[in-house]
Ligand binder design. Sequence first.
Ligand SMILES: NC(=O)c1ccc[n+]([C@@H]2O[C@H](COP(=O)([O-])OP(=O)(O)OC[C@H]3O[C@@H](n4cnc5c(N)ncnc54)[C@H](O)[C@@H]3O)[C@@H](O)[C@H]2O)c1
Length: 396
Amino acid sequence: MPAFILAEKYVKSRAPKVARPFEGLKLTACLHISKETSVLVNSLRDLGFEITLAAANPLSSQAEITAFLLSRGVVVLGRKGETTDEYQKDILRAARASPDLIIDDGGELHFAYASSGGQTCFGGTDETTTGTTRLRAMDLAGKLRYPVIPVNEAPTKHIFDNKYGTGQSSVDGLIRATGILVAGKTAVLAGYGWVGQGVAMRLRGMGAKIIVTEVNPVRALEAHLDGFAVLPMKEAVAVADIVLTCTGQTNVLSAAIFGHLKDGAIIGNLGHFDVEIDVKKLFDMGTRIEQMRPNVAKIELNGQPKKSVLLLCQGRVINLAAAEGHPPEIMQLSFANQLLSIHYLVVHRKELTRNKTKLLSFPAEIDSLVADLALKGFNLKIDRLSSIQSRYAHSA
Ligand SMILES: NC(=O)c1ccc[n+]([C@@H]2O[C@H](COP(=O)([O-])OP(=O)(O)OC[C@H]3O[C@@H](n4cnc5c(N)ncnc54)[C@H](O)[C@@H]3O)[C@@H](O)[C@H]2O)c1
């Protein structure tokens, strides 16, 4: 049985006499509107929440999922291809739905809730690295008023989702968008964190030559010892057929870099927000722009000689815009963590509101529970420490 269903059973087992333990509570979420999200949202709804869902990206919403969730009484805000303005307005509307709890992916909903002066929320979660960074900044600035669990900090989230999930689904998106042969190509990965490591591993497996660019010396060394070339961005792009950003940072592919790209280079982003490639500047510099395929824009740049670059998915996450995001086997782990974190926030509501620091550490007990459930779900058995080993481990 999948780990997510086991997690749902666990939540129900904590209040066996109550059919809908979250009855009377409002939850607002900002997530990619995908089939995996529908499983989480549907489960939260069955457990009693009244739910409003906004899209975490204007390109990732799936129409059939929206229709399904609407039929289940969920308020869904967001559709594939909406404008940036519509998308931001939807997040604001979601923030104003007086939620008791917030599930977010990237921190935008928490930010919108704080800016619109919301007073009802008593706890929240966030799904990804970029969201955690943003929430930490909000907490330090005193703008986070309720406890938030950074789900990305759970090893059962970032190891499996960011590394293995993004590793596979990004290559899937790259191929669906372009139809290219990966073998023999030179691919630059900007950032060798969880995402960069996963994508590098999978592209290498398909025969690409990998170059890593980094700003963190430890991660640069790690890439080197993993057998990848490490170069500064200007040198790397000069030989690259494919350049993918996975940093969570802004302006990683900027005007200063565009001139160094090879003719025909494919560029795309895997980081949460569309800020890693300076798309506006790239379009401004373009002398001719042609939409070659649904997710590929060819931009001709002036220079000696003239050259073109192929921008994927308008600089938004390739794996969600051009493919279907992570496989369900991965998302069930991330969403088991989400479900159990929401349960944790409800159960520990009183003591958590007393916490001075609002961005919490990820509760280790949830992580071990999800790992145990996942082992069961994957039908894997492992050894346990013997009593001698346990005593040895704890001896002073
Ligand atoms: N596409 C997806 O499905 C998906 C899944 C998970 C995470 N993400 C997003 O991907 C991004 C990266 O996540 P992560 O978990 O790998 O984060 P991480 O912190 O583990 O890694 C990011 C790496 O980028 C490096 N970096 C930062 N600025 C750089 C620059 N200018 N040039 C080169 N390297 C730079 C950092 O040193 C770090 O090693 C985040 O925005 C995260 O939210 C996307």
